[in-house]
Design a protein around this ligand. Structure first.
Ligand SMILES: Cc1cc2nc3c(=O)[nH]c(=O)nc-3n(C[C@H](O)[C@H](O)[C@H](O)COP(=O)(O)O)c2cc1C
Length: 315
């Protein structure tokens, strides 16, 4: 049984988030409350198979405690999907996921990610090449949206469900909508209905605007889904997957988790990632308590991890 089939339903996944869900942040989330499954940030498969390899391969760095873990890839060339799937298989990941949802202008311009909603023949070639690279040893999945300019659930998922994928993740917005309108959960529910009508074994999970584990449990039941993926919810509550509310996390809990993040970043990335990149995470831990803003401002002014750790120790 592949990892998607092994997961107990309903399952809850930490979403891939570029420049956020690296190995360090995934370990932080595990400490706060382990999701059933996690994804890497998306990794460009054309870069992975070029001279630029060294500048993208850090995205595939992980520790065994992060498993089960899916590596997500994106790109243009089917041959590079094939080669990347082989690399991912050899690195010991539990699956490979193809990004068909990123709505950024630059990737669309190159025909990548969500542009594939408008190019079914290339999407099919990419899925096939990835499957061949995965050699039947790890499952291939797709994370996508419900249409390009307009909602197109029936025809896009009719096509995708014919591709024999292990799982499909449905973000309930069109590409044009980006994150600007509320998620269309009724459309996500339709995908599950189409799957059932086609008697397809493909696992379907929904994604969009979920902010608590309770809400995820309700939505999976209400919309007939196998699981739910949550992304930005952890920015407001890193304990989300444990079911603990942010209100019940003491100031000490928050500072302790931040300290853990700082120390892990230091030992994991050394000088590979520069310190200022870490600062965007501070708000996750330092909000909604008296003195949080003042402490955050002071931390933003620090120039090294050691300086930040000292400041926290004195607090
Ligand atoms: C900062 C950021 C980076 C993201 N990077 C990726 C990515 O690398 N791959 C991907 O499939 N989706 C990416 N997404 C989309 C999320 O995985 C998710 O689909 C989206 O945030 C909606 O879920 P949410 O409302 O639970 O956050 C990103 C989202 C954010 C906010």
């Amino acid at each position: 049984m592949n990892i998607w089939q092994q997961l107990k339903k309903p399952f809850f996944i930490l979403a891939p988030m570029e420049d956020v869900t690296d190995s360090v942040f995934r370990q932080v989330i595990i400490r706060a409350g382990r999701p059933d499954l996690m994804f890497t940030e998306f990794t460009n498969c054309d870069g992975l198979n070029s001279e630029g390899h060294d500048s993208v391969v850090h995205r595939l760095k992980y520790l065994p405690i992060e498993k089960p873990l899916i590596a997500q890839i994106w790109g243009k060339t089917p041959k590079n999907y094939y080669d990347s799937a082989r690399i991912i298989l050899n690195l010991g990941f539990d699956g490979v996921d193809i990004n068909m949802g990123c709505p950024e202008k630059n990737v669309i311009k190159n025909g990548c990610c969500s542009a594939l909603l408008k190019n079914q023949s290339l999407a099919q070639e990419i899925i096939q090449a990835t499957r061949e690279g995965a050699q039947g040893k790890i499952p291939v999945s797709v994370k996508t949206r419900i249409g390009f300019n307009t909602i197109d659930t029936e025809s896009w998922f009719d096509f995708l469900l014919d591709q024999n994928l292990a799982a499909i993740g449905v973000h309930g917005r069109t590409v044009k909508e980006k994150s600007k309108v509320p998620c269309h959960w009724d459309e996500i529910a339709k995908v599950s209905i189409i799957r059932n009508q086609k008697k397809s074994p493909t696992i379907i999970y929904g994604n969009g605007d979920v902010s608590t584990l309770e809400e995820a449990q309700e939505k999976s039941l209400l919309y007939g889904l196998d699981g739910i993926m949550i992304g930005r919810g952890v920015f407001h509550n890193p304990w989300l997957f444990s079911g603990k509310s942010i209100e019940s996390a003491s100031i000490n809990d928050r500072l302790e988790l931040l300290l853990y993040h700082l120390q892990l970043w230091d030992t994991t990335w050394d000088n590979q990632k520069h310190y200022p990149k870490l600062k965007k995470y501070f708000k996750i831990y330092l909000q909604n308590f008296k003195g949080a803003k003042e402490l955050r401002i002071k931390l933003m002014e620090t120039n090294s991890i050691n300086e930040a750790i000292k400041l926290l120790a004195n607090y």
